[in-house]
Design a protein around this ligand. Structure first.
Ligand code: AMP
Length: 491
């Protein structure tokens, strides 16, 4: 395959007027994407940033964000996508930890940052219209293409570095295994700070398809969401299972509403069989795929096609056939991933990188922390070795949440446990010991603590319930009794 950029350039030459990107109120053609990103790259190169110095791109589902991604990598810089829902302190942390040279925005950023902040729109307004850029500066091979920050158990988010080569291999794999060649619209539901978005973004652009992005605002407003889905003409649907589950609550979400939909790509968390059964009824034309993989190995590395036979045969869906060459299970049950999509490691964290990405026979592999088992020719996911959880499709490190709660001045100690309902995590519950005993109503303290926490953690990481205790319960080993608390929280 051509490089990602060369493949997009080819589309821009062959079908300049084709829509590359569409939202309910904005759109961008391939020609615009190509030329605007050239102009942005030209501007970035004149700033004389260090070669491969990261650039933070802050915004939400705007066509100019895509221009900024492509512009950054054309100028040789990896980009760090940060969704505008990210709280200020977290944005600061990410910006500092990444060593970014600049923040490009497609949305108003109100906080003071200690590095230059520039609006993509303003740069393009002031830039020369006839830039001709050579491909010499483009990211390639082992250069980093993007860095996605994900929750870290040390209390700091971890920056996963994905190379140009990782991404090319991933897109090639997608093209080889899924029906992506035929023309059609690809749905983009995940914000760009989550690697699930890469599953639709690059296969769509490289294949010359239209990407239809839905915004958080639409997702929060069912009428707007389903109106948008109905007009999107989506053929390929990519989302977390949680998002599909939410859509299923609307009885009108079916093949009639979305007649072109023929492919569901799910990844990021357990895909429940009940969800598949319902989707098969409502979308008889569509094929469902359960993909598996962490951000650290570029979105996804394995899949199973969900057939009626498969859902009838197992109680839980497998995540890979055992013939999958890059996925294996170690003796202790941990799932190990090898191959050309294994990340270059965590940015600026050599110890963490060495631990999670050991070199075996000269190749970097990734120890996922996922536990798996093999049965009847398939690999199944059965949980985690650590305290990482998935809640509504979001990846969270319980320890990061605890550290942030512990840092709040009124808190003496805390433990956070997932709340399970029928084996699925439905929320988080924080058990807190305060420095001073509660004086007023507990809900007031909770409101105050949640407000403090929202400067550091995105809304999806803030526990739903806060419970106050005189002391955290201990198990016979003298450690906090997480299991006991978790059992107590099962509903
Ligand atoms: P993320 O880096 O956000 O993509 O999260 C990766 C983690 O999500 C994996 O390590 C698994 O724990 C979980 N995961 C991803 N895909 C699946 C799947 N199909 N079934 C079960 N868990 C999954």
């Amino acid at each position: 395959m051509l490089s990602i950029l060369a493949a997009i350039e080819r589309v821009a030459i062959q079908q300049p007027q084709k829509t590359a990107y569409q939202t309910h109120n904005a759109s961008l053609t391939y020609s615009e994407l190509w030329h605007l990103s050239d102009r942005l790259a030209d501007y970035l190169m004149k700033l004389n940033l260090r070669r491969q110095q990261p650039i933070v791109i802050y915004g939400h589902m705007s066509p100019l964000q895509i221009v900024a991604f492509i512009g950054a990598v054309k100028a040789g810089h990896p980009y760090v996508p940060v969704d505008s829902s990210t709280p200020s302190e977290r944005l600061q942390l990410i910006t500092e930890a990444s060593g970014a040279g600049l923040i490009l925005t497609t949305e108003l950023l109100q906080m003071q940052m200690n590095l230059p902040v520039m609006a993509v729109h303003d740069i393009l307004d002031a830039s020369s219209k006839d830039v001709i850029l050579s491909s010499a500066t483009w990211v390639q091979g082992e250069d980093i293409h993007y860095i996605i920050y994900t929750s870290g158990s040390t209390g700091q988010p971890k920056g996963v570095q994905i190379t140009a080569s990782n991404l090319t291999h991933f897109v090639m794999w997608m093209q080889e295994h899924f029906p992506l060649q035929e023309d059609g619209v690809f749905l983009n539901q995940a914000p760009y700070s989550f690697d699930l978005s890469v599953m639709d973004l690059y296969p769509a652009l490289v294949g010359g398809h239209t990407l239809y992005a839905i915004t958080q605002q639409e997702i929060a407003n069912p009428k707007a969401l389903f109106d948008s889905l109905a007009t999107s003409n989506t053929r390929v649907w990519t989302s977390t299972p949680s998002f599909a589950k939410m859509c299923l609550m609307n009885k009108e979400w079916d093949q009639k509403l979305m007649p072109a939909l023929d492919t569901f790509l799910f990844c990021g968390e357990v895909l429940p069989i009940a969800v598949c059964n319902e989707l098969m009824l409502r979308f008889p034309q569509a094929i469902i795929y359960n993909l598996y993989g962490p951000t650290e190995t570029t979105v996804a590395v394995s899949y199973v096609k969900v057939t009626k036979e498969l859902v009838a045969r197992f109680e839980q869906l497998p995540i890979a056939p055992i013939t999958e060459p890059n996925v294996s299970v170690a003796e202790d049950g941990e799932i190990i991933i090898s191959g050309p999509t294994v990340s270059a490691g965590y940015l600026g964290a050599p110890k963490l990188t060495a631990k999670a990405f050991p070199i075996v026979d000269g190749d970097r592999i990734y120890q996922t922390g996922d536990i798996g088992y093999v049965q009847d020719g398939y690999l199944f996911f059965s949980g985690r070795k650590d305290f990482q959880v998935k809640l509504h499709g979001y990846r969270l490190e319980i320890e990061e949440i605890e550290k942030q709660i512990n840092n709040l001045p009124p808190v003496s100690s805390c433990v956070v446990v997932p709340v399970y309902k029928e084996k699925e995590i439905i929320s988080l519950s924080a058990h807190i010991v305060l420095r001073e005993p509660l004086t007023g109503a507990a809900f007031k303290t909770t409101k105050q603590l949640k407000a403090l926490l929202s400067a550091y953690l995105p809304a999806y990481m803030i526990p739903k319930t806060f419970k106050y205790m005189d002391a955290l319960p201990l198990n016979p080993n003298g450690k906090v009794d997480r299991k006991g608390l978790a059992v107590m929280e099962t509903v």
